[in-house]
Design a protein. Structure first.
Length: 107
């Protein structure tokens, strides 16, 4: 009988301890599930940020290529302008040479 009452007390104590443990574990389980949910949200945000970064990078490369093309065209135009100026200077030089020849032959 003494053993039966001890066994009964131990069982009751085990039930009480199990209930207390469940009471303590339930909030922890909720916190873990909340953390899992927050982690999923963070991962979605990171994926969104990554895709936006890739889109920005792609557009940046496109714009950079357009800028290079415009700069190249500008250099081409400058080159043509310099060639025209050089031709103009050549013509002026020939004109001066002709004037010098005329003055020499007239003197």
């Amino acid at each position: 009988m003494f053993n039966d009452s001890r066994l009964y007390i131990f069982r009751q104590l085990k039930v009480i301890l199990d209930e207390k443990l469940d009471q303590k574990l339930t909030p922890l389980n909720l916190k873990v599930s909340e953390l899992g949910s927050k982690l999923e949200d963070a991962m979605r945000f990171i994926e969104l940020a990554n895709s936006q970064y890739e889109e920005f990078q792609s557009k940046f490369v496109e714009v950079e290529e357009k800028i290079v093309k415009v700069e190249y065209k500008f250099v081409e135009v400058e080159y043509k302008f310099v060639k025209v100026e050089l031709k103009f200077v050549e013509v002026e030089l020939k004109f001066v040479e002709v004037e010098v020849e005329i003055r020499r032959s007239g003197s």
